[in-house]
Write a protein that binds this ligand. Structure first.
Ligand SMILES: C[S@@+](CC[C@H](N)C(=O)[O-])C[C@H]1O[C@@H](n2cnc3c(N)ncnc32)[C@H](O)[C@@H]1O
Length: 247
């Protein structure tokens, strides 16, 4: 950790009205761009930002405490190429990402959601996949990782329509112990980690729209043992969880 006077400010706002996100103004330079959709505590972004100073990294996260932790840790390392924004990553990629403007999109361990009532919160959908495909530059890369086998089956089928699907079975060489906190926790529980790194296919927009139209929504059963995902809805114990706003 650096002395406090060398810490950097790493929190940024996305702005109002779903306007396009201005990377160059935010980072003060024009560089290759990496975005992490649902970055949690920012472990991957900080690690990548330290290793790849020439790339700009943006993390989008809905839960303020996780975001604050990531932002603080990046700032304490004096990073200027890693920023964190509170917001809906789906909205970011669908509404704020300029076509062909990003080099890498990462999505690590999106929540599978088990309750029927929450299936519409799943992050990987035909709409977001098409938006990721659009936002990426030619040759851009989409990294998807999960410890949920049903989520991976859905990803395998859908991502491979718009991307040259690449699956890897070993830990990432840059982070053998795990790229993200969820990866490390899942491995500690003995869960299999499914990793993919897929390159954008060069197809035309109309074809991409048509392919996305045939994917089907992510209505798969995430199959948590002992969890009745298709049964009648029950109120969660302790009441509904609050949607947080950042401070
Ligand atoms: C299981 S955690 C994984 C966090 C991190 N990617 C990791 O692998 O450790 C899923 C994260 O996605 C965030 N999330 C879920 N939906 C989101 C959305 N629409 N926009 C931004 N973040 C979202 C959650 O708040 C949570 O931090």
């Amino acid at each position: 950790m650096l002395p406090k006077e060398e810490w950097t400010r790493t929190r940024v706002g996305l702005g109002r009205d779903s306007r396009p996100f201005d990377w160059d103004a935010t980072f003060g330079r024009a560089a290759r761009r990496v975005v992490d959709l649902g970055c949690g505590n920012g472990r991957y972004l900080i690690h990548s930002g330290l290793l790849r100073r020439e790339l700009d990294h943006l993390g989008i996260e809905l839960v303020p405490p996780a975001l604050r932790l990531g932002s603080l840790r990046a700032g304490q390392r004096g990073l200027t190429n890693v920023k964190f924004a509170w917001g809906d990553a789906n909205e970011f990629i669908c509404e704020r990402a300029v076509p062909a403007s990003i080099d890498e999109v990462h999505l690590y361990h999106p929540q599978p959601y088990y309750e029927e009532s929450k299936l519409d919160r799943r992050q990987l959908t035909p709409r977001t996949l098409l938006a990721i495909w659009r936002a990426l530059r030619p040759d851009g890369v989409f990294v998807f990782q999960t410890d949920n086998p049903a989520y991976m089956s859905y990803a395998r089928r859908c991502v491979s329509m718009l991307f040259a699907w690449g699956e890897r079975f070993d830990p990432w060489p840059d982070a053998p112990e795990g790229r993200t906190l969820r990866e490390m926790n899942a491995r500690a529980q003995g869960l299999t980690i499914f990793r993919s790194e897929s390159r954008r296919l060069e197809i035309d927009e109309a074809r991409a729209v048509e392919l996305a139209g045939g994917m089907g929504e992510p209505s798969f059963d995430a199959n948590k043992p002992g969890f009745e995902s298709r049964g009648p809805r029950r109120a969660p114990r302790g009441g509904r969880s609050k949607r947080h706003r950042p401070r």
